[in-house]
Design a protein. Structure first.
Lengths: 273, 305
């Protein structure tokens, strides 16, 4: 009983941030780009509940607009990589042979780069911009989906209903899409939920390192990067964007964990003993 | 065992070859002239030509690739553009700091994860287990580029207990190690719990309890030892996460390691240096993964090679 409330709390937090992101132009009290140099680094006040940053911009307004960036990047990267990864995983697992060998060696090579490293390298080469961040994270992201789906397909394709479909003369495409895909989708949904959390952290990490959103953009990572410069004088500039990232990531992790318990009990972290 | 090692080493060479190729073409197929990017648009044509020749960029791409591979085999990663020193030397100077940071982070992770994992496994589904689960969720979700500054605010600025920046004695290592190790601790504590729960179900534990051994001995002598075997693998696999986390942690704390060297290279468009750092980090990661697998096989006689 204790466990079961967390996914709902997570979903509630995500909903709140989504509403905040969608309604940012109406909800935010100020223009997030508005500069008031005379009020720079002012702490929280009645007019500015979360304080002002180094340009005197309102932090609450920037947080609301930042939610747009984080959620948009998280959703778009995961949607893109899930589709590509699932397709490649299906083909790789279903046909096997040289396609499989080739794809899986490519997966091995991409996995030889620890976490963010390849994304950092790609953005360093392509130049810092939000578009390039999405490209870099997408180049990496499909790998885990492809590997997951391939493994699932390998076991599903030997099951009776697939053999039956094959003997009845159905095309490979139809077997893959109609018979195999629905049976491998549950772990993909779980992975996608955790994936959104991961992409949001990666995007903010890149922006924090100055490799993502250009300076001045109200991205949470860029706000933290600015906050680090003034940590001694104005800790409030760092506190709130970080809290926002943590809450959203925590929320997606809660939901992912709840979905895993529901959809994919075998893939759990062993909580069921 | 021997055949397994040979097969793994061959696969390792293949993957490393792929990594080298990928990094080479990544750097060389970028849109725009790297010389323009390095020197800026206003640079003199003569300077550009000189740099282009110095870097061998005037030769055909295939030719450059082959000579790059040849240099690599001799351990030559090229010259750093600004300092004109060998890239390998610069990397060598920074490497120990990153190793120190990662070892510190691993120690922190184990110190946090062992008690959390053991407490959770002893009374599964109790309130302590629930609390430790919540803590590990927080640990996984907290971005290290936020945790670091928050630790600085609390322990350096408010309490004045620990120094803010840079490498030095042990007191300089504490905050960076906590920043880098927390996510790993969160992951590890859940693994230790799951692994311990599984082991506690085994017959030899029932047997140990039946012959009247004190619970303390049952847990620490019989159960924990066996439960930690799969945890070795997780620690090995987490090295990759630690390596990329180290890049960010080093940026937060001005830690003079490989990660900050890579970032300096990126900011100053020093491509040979960037290329070298990426190759070295990826190679370390692949090697650690191999060593982990071997250690796992060695520690657990049930694993057939």
């Amino acid at each position: 009983m204790f466990r079961s409330i967390w996914p709902y709390i997570g979903a509630g937090i995500i909903l709140l941030f989504a509403i905040g992101a969608i309604l940012a132009p109406w909800l935010s009290p100020y223009d997030p780009y508005e500069i008031h140099l005379s009020e720079q680094l002012a702490g929280p006040s009645r007019a500015h509940p979360l304080g002002q940053d180094a340009n005197g911009s309102d932090i609450l307004s920037r947080l609301l607009y930042g939610a747009r960036i984080s959620l948009a990047v998280g959703l778009s990267v995961v949607a893109l990589t899930a589709v590509v990864g699932v397709l490649l995983g299906l083909v790789s697992g279903y046909y096997g042979g040289w396609i499989d060998t080739l794809l899986m060696r490519l997966v091995d090579i991409l996995l030889a780069f620890p976490g963010l490293l390849l994304a950092i390298a790609l953005v360093a080469v392509l130049g810092p911009s939000m578009r390039n961040v999405v490209i870099a994270l997408a180049v990496l992201g499909w790998v885990s989906f492809a590997r997951l789906v391939r493994g699932q397909v390998l076991s599903v394709r030997e099951r009776e209903f697939v053999l039956a479909a094959r003997t009845s003369g159905q095309s490979d495409l139809r077997i893959m899409v109609v018979h195999i895909l629905p049976n491998v989708l549950s772990p993909v949904i779980v992975q996608a939920t955790f994936g959104i959390a991961g992409v949001i952290i990666s995007e903010s990490s890149l922006s924090f390192l100055g490799l993502g959103a250009p300076p001045g953009t109200p991205s949470w990572g860029a706000m933290l990067s600015q906050g680090k410069q003034v940590l001694l004088d104005a800790p409030h500039v760092s506190i709130f964007p970080g809290l926002a990232i943590m809450l959203v990531v925590l929320a997606f992790n809660f939901v992912g964990d709840g979905l895993r318990d529901r959809l994919d009990p075998r893939g759990g972290s062993g909580r069921r003993g | 065992m021997f055949a397994y090692l040979v097969r793994r080493l061959l696969l390792l060479l293949l993957v490393l070859f792929g990594v080298v190729t990928l990094v080479f073409f990544l750097i060389h197929l970028i849109p725009g002239d790297p010389v323009d990017i390095m020197l800026g648009d206003q640079a003199l044509a003569a300077d550009k030509d000189a740099l282009r020749h110095a870097l061998g960029l005037h030769r055909p791409l295939g030719n450059q690739y082959l000579s790059y591979l040849g240099d690599l085999c001799r351990g030559d990663l090229g010259l750093s553009i600004h300092s004109r020193r060998p890239v390998l030397t610069e990397i060598g100077e920074r490497f120990p700091a990153t190793v120190e940071l990662m070892l510190g982070a691993m120690l922190v992770a184990l110190l946090m994860a062992l008690p959390l994992g053991i407490i959770s496994a002893l009374k599964p589904y109790g309130w302590l287990d629930g609390a430790s689960m919540l803590i590990s969720f927080l640990g996984i979700s907290i971005p290290n580029f936020w945790l670091g500054p928050m630790l600085i605010i609390l322990f350096s600025i408010q309490l004045g207990w620990l120094p803010v920046n840079e490498r030095g004695g042990l007191e300089h290592l504490i905050l960076p190690a906590i920043t880098l190790g927390t996510a790993m601790a969160a992951m590890l504590s859940r693994m230790i719990r799951a692994s311990l729960l599984e082991v506690l179900d085994e017959e030899y534990i029932t047997n140990a309890r039946a012959k009247g051994l004190p619970e303390r001995l049952v847990i620490f002598k019989h159960a924990l030892r066996n439960a930690l075997i799969p945890v070795i693998t997780i620690i090995g696999l987490q090295v990759g996460v630690l390596l990329s986390g180290a890049i960010i942690t080093e940026a937060i704390f001005d830690w003079p390691g490989l990660g900050s060297l890579l970032l300096e290279g990126i900011y100053s468009r020093n491509y040979p240096l960037v290329q070298g750092c990426i190759l070295v980090i990826a190679t370390v990661y692949v090697l650690v993964n191999l060593l982990t697998d071997i250690a796992y096989a060695w520690a657990d006689p049930r694993v057939r090679l």
